[in-house]
Design a protein around this ligand. Structure first.
Ligand code: SAM
Length: 222
């Protein structure tokens, strides 16, 4: 059935706003960008087309067909139909001069973020964007993997009401919900130490009462 309700584009607008605001700082070159959760390319075709090289990775066949069709006329864009973990392991080491990486995941992107830094050394400023829906996917029945947040801090203001998350929220999970922003920041502080970079700027926006978090960072070699 068709609905007369207007489509809610606020998620896309927020993601675009975040990306445009950090790109506007001109902190990185526009040599190469990598979109690891490219979907059908909604974000990429609005903001990444002026990079000299654009790599778009998508594993879902339907999404990939739309992605491929949408970028057919763009010589700078290369589409990769594969799991991004395979890409990170096999293709990332061959990419040089990367200035931007985008992790626009549905759930937690932290596994891919860890794999990224396992195969990439920060040698110049890099712009990173991510969508973290780890809480939302947990509420919907997915598993939560605390390991993916390494050893982040666990104290701070409530950003999400665990009572509203339903009966699934155990004591342990409540701590995670209330401290999600800190968990993300702690994760990045730890990555920075492990991989020898520093975080120049970190901008974070929460949506749906904290269930989905959008963030962007400018990182530089130490
Ligand atoms: C939130 S959507 C991305 C939307 C996209 N940024 C856009 O603007 O159109 C997440 C996408 O990541 C893809 N995805 C999820 N896990 C993946 C994986 N392991 N490897 C590659 N793509 C993956 C999904 O199929 C989905 O299309």
């Amino acid at each position: 059935m068709f609905s007369n309700m207007p489509k809610d584009n606020s998620r896309l607008y927020l993601k675009l706003l975040l990306r445009k605001s950090l790109l506007a700082l001109a902190a990185v070159e526009k040599n190469a960008a990598l979109d690891l959760f490219a979907g059908k390319g909604e974000l990429a075709r609005r903001i990444y087309l002026d990079f000299r090289e654009l790599h778009l990775v998508e594993k879902d066949p339907q999404q990939f067909s739309r992605l491929e069709a949408g970028f057919a006329g763009h010589a700078a864009a290369r589409t990769w139909k594969m799991d991004n973990r395979k890409f990170l392991r096999e293709k990332l080491p061959g990419l040089s001069g990367l200035d931007l990486v985008d992790f626009d995941a549905y759930g937690s992107p932290n596994l891919q973020i860890q794999w990224f830094f396992a195969h990439f050394q920060v040698k110049k400023p890099l712009l990173v964007f991510a969508t973290d829906g780890g809480i939302l996917s947990q509420i919907r029945g997915g598993g939560f993997a605390p390991d993916l947040y390494l050893a982040g801090g666990l104290a701070g203001p409530a950003s999400f009401d665990p009572e509203k998350a339903g009966a699934r929220a155990s004591g342990y999970e409540r701590i995670i919900y209330r401290n999600y922003e800190r968990l993300i920041r702690g994760f990045w502080d730890e990555l920075a130490k492990r991989h020898n970079f520093r975080i120049e700027l970190f901008k974070l926006i929460e949506k749906k009462g904290g269930q989905v978090t959008y963030y962007g960072a400018i990182i530089e070699p130490r």
